[in-house]
Design a protein around this ligand. Structure first.
Ligand code: ADP
Ligand code: MG
Length: 343
């Protein structure tokens, strides 16, 4: 007998995958971030990114990392397939950029993707072509050691999502910001970003953070910055902060990394500003590149689908350390904020 009252249905797999993918992949810059994360996790020392039309037409990421065997490549795009996490306890100490096995599953669900990969020790590589979650081709293929992922026509099968993409220029600006953050967080890796074949970013990967600042933020900004190093028993903070006169209208020039992961943290942004106290007008921000190192157990990186936000178990202590670090470097350079009463 036909049941009339039933309104609840389980969504089909294709729909479930597209919805889940939308949480991880918001725009072309999210694809760039996820794929570069994978290249970093693969131990790459060179990462090259080529985009067309702000990534809306295509995104190509090539790395010289560890590559994948055929068997691994065939698993890599399945949901929850990861080589980086095996038990829930591992989440407390996760040191890789990825860990949920969602990125390739998401990207291949909502774009036309070609993966070419080969571990350095193997003679032939593997080619995989996946369109909208459906495998079109798997074959042996000659390719350089490492992995390249070519993503075409992002959101071609989710038109509602595609409609919300902005102009090529705006999408490219998001990609440039993403690559800048990843490159500043990893000064030992060489990054190249090309748009329509023209270089946008070139960071040599010399391991010298100051050279990365010159490459990525420009020589003028780099020269106006002061090196900072600060340690407490539990945290280490290293990086560069600008002299008070080099300030900007927004917090978009604060580059914060926690255990080499680019993050946004309101608490840290506020602490940086607080460190300058009255030396920077209200509503203005310095330029700062801050790499925080702390026990991974004190950071929750699994708060956000895109892992952009982190939560600290001792947020107040982290914020205080950042304030002190900034105050210390400014006072060492005779740019100290007024001496403040100890609370
Ligand atoms: P996660 O990074 O969370 O593990 P992904 O979906 O991003 O999930 O990737 C799935 C798996 O595919 C990774 O765990 C890794 O083993 C493999 N992989 C993905 N990209 C690369 C790459 N560029 N080089 C080597 N292996 C890769
Ligand atoms: Mg990943």
């Amino acid at each position: 007998m036909e049941e009339q009252g039933n309104k609840i249905r389980i969504l089909d797999r294709d729909t479930i995958n597209k919805i889940a993918a939308g949480e991880v992949i918001e725009r072309p810059a999210s694809v760039v971030k996820e794929l570069v994360d994978n290249s970093i996790d693969a131990g790459a020392t060179e990462i090259r990114i080529e985009v067309e039309k702000g990534g809306k037409h295509s995104i190509l990421i090539r790395d010289n990392g560890c590559g994948m065997s055929k068997a691994d490549a065939l698993l890599s795009y399945e949901k929850h397939a990861t080589s980086k996490l095996t038990r829930i306890e591992d989440l407390d100490t996760v040191s890789t950029m990825g860990f949920r096995g969602e990125a390739l599953a998401s990207i291949t669900a909502i774009a036309k993707v070609e993966i070419l990969t080969r571990p350095p020790e193997e003679l032939t590589g593997t080619k995989l072509v996946i369109h909208g979650g459906k495998v079109q081709e798997t074959s042996d293929a000659g390719t350089a050691p490492g992995t390249s992922v070519y993503v075409k026509e992002l959101f071609y099968n989710t038109p509602a999502r595609r409609k919300y993409l902005k102009s090529d220029r705006t999408e490219l600006a998001h990609i440039t910001d993403t690559v800048t953050r990843l490159a500043l967080a990893n000064p030992g890796i060489s990054f190249t970003l090309l748009s329509e074949g023209k270089p946008v970013i070139r960071s040599t990967g010399s391991s010298d953070l100051f050279k990365s600042l010159v490459n990525l933020l420009g020589p003028d900004t780099a020269r106006s910055m002061l090196p900072l190093e600060y340690r407490t028993e539990d945290f280490e903070i290293r990086g560069y902060v600008s002299k008070p006169e080099t300030n900007r209208g927004g917090s978009d020039q604060l580059y914060v990394f926690v255990n080499t992961r680019p993050v946004t943290s309101r608490a840290i942004n506020m602490a940086v500003r607080e460190g300058y106290y009255t030396k920077i007008p209200k509503g203005r921000y310095p330029v700062a590149v801050l790499a925080l190192t702390l026990n991974p157990e004190e950071v929750d990186v699994n708060v956000h689908p895109r892992k952009a936000e982190v939560r600290f178990s001792r947020e107040k202590e982290v914020g205080d350390a950042v304030i002190r670090a900034v105050e210390k470097v400014l006072s060492e350079h005779g740019l100290a904020p007024e001496v403040r009463e100890k609370e």
